[in-house]
Design a protein around this ligand. Structure first.
Ligand SMILES: [Zn+2]
Ligand SMILES: [Zn+2]
Length: 353
């Protein structure tokens, strides 16, 4: 394993990808470089040692296997999970990328670079927390907000054409009456539909660490901003290689396409009282798969024995969180309101008397 570093050619400082300028920037001397022009001039051949071998304590080989790298800049030992490929040295803040995690079969086809800065994410989080008045105070503390991290998450992008055919049974009901009787006329229809829809780049999360529902909730990403992968974009951010294969994600992606075309076809059938599908068939063709990295800011918190995760789309700024309600805070917040309402009701009664 070789570590790839982003040493500034002018002053030797650790450069970072800047979401605002979309360039590699040195925070020490302000030099900027186009990502595509930047060629790593400082690669150390620090070999990642499996923490397992290192400790000689044998544990089951699993995805939580840890690796130890030695920082080419300060010699410090960096401990990372097997899938983490881009990180910051905890000792000297040097930005390092483990080349093997993004080359060979792990080479991403595309990347959506961060366009939102870490400050944007911190602001969105603070705004969110401020609006949730029932939150425990710990969530709003600055040292906690500082733990927001920018991560590139691996995604599989599935493209395919779905051929759809369906048969349906529908009815139209007409009622009328004369002076003696009420009439109901039910007409039965047999409906057939055929069509195809081309799907492009349907994303499925390729990372076990990221909860699927969380990633789905911060979609969509604008894939027109997708660019060919270059390791320069990773500087200063965390990045994971995939640990869910395209094969494992494929069924889910195809299912999403099938549900979409089925619902779109059904929308073309209208004006009936009832509609019942008799058969719906889908055939997939022209399938292709690409591998891309998408930008996300995350904040992972444990509080009172529960885990809370907040995330922001690093491209659009869409923010989601699953914040807990604290009963203590709820009482503090609700009691004055309840008292106010009671007082108002009392005043109304007095006037009515
Ligand atoms: Zn510099
Ligand atoms: Zn270091």
């Amino acid at each position: 394993m070789a570590l790839h570093e982003y040493e500034c050619p002018a002053c030797g400082g650790a450069m970072e990808f800047n979401p605002k300028s979309q360039k590699l920037k040195c925070p020490f001397c302000d030099s900027e470089f186009d990502v595509k022009d930047y060629v790593a001039n400082h690669n150390s051949d620090s070999t990642g040692v499996s923490a397992e071998e290192y400790n000689t304590q044998s544990t089951d080989k699993d995805d939580n296997e840890m690796f130890i790298y030695s920082c080419g800049s300060c010699g410090g030992e960096i401990l990372a999970t097997e899938s983490l490929g881009s990180m910051k040295c905890p000792f000297c803040s040097n930005n390092v990328v483990v080349k093997e995690k993004f080359t060979g079969k792990f080479t991403p086809d595309y990347i959506i670079p961060f366009t939102k800065t870490r400050e944007d994410a911190m602001q969105a989080y603070s705004g969110y927390v401020k609006n949730k008045k029932l939150l425990p105070k710990v969530f709003a503390e600055q040292n906690h907000i500082d733990e927001i991290r920018g991560i590139y998450v691996p995604f599989w992008l599935f493209s395919a054409t779905e051929n759809f055919s369906g048969t349906y049974e529908a009815t139209k009901v007409r009622t009328w009456s004369d002076s003696n009787y009420q009439y109901t006329e039910t007409s039965h229809y047999s409906i057939e539909r055929e069509g195809f829809e081309m799907f492009e780049s349907v994303p499925e999360d390729g990372s076990k660490e990221m909860p699927d529902d969380l990633m789905e909730s911060i979609e969509p990403y604008d894939r027109t901003a997708m660019v060919p992968f270059n390791m320069g974009y990773l500087a200063g951010f965390l990045a994971n290689k995939y640990n869910v294969t395209a094969d494992q994600d494929r069924d889910k992606a195809l299912q999403r396409m099938k549900e979409t075309i089925s619902s779109n076809i059904r929308k073309t059938i209208s004006g009936y009282s009832t509609l019942r599908p008799l058969s719906e068939n889908c055939a997939t063709r022209d399938e292709s798969i690409k591998y891309a990295l998408y930008p996300v800011y995350v904040l992972n918190t444990s509080w009172n024995g529960n885990n809370y995760l907040f995330a922001m789309n690093g491209q659009s700024g869409k923010f989601v969180g699953n914040l807990p309600w604290s009963l203590k805070q709820a009482l503090k917040y609700y009691i004055p309101i309840a008292a106010g309402v009671a007082a108002a009701a009392f005043a109304v009664m007095m006037i009515a008397l």
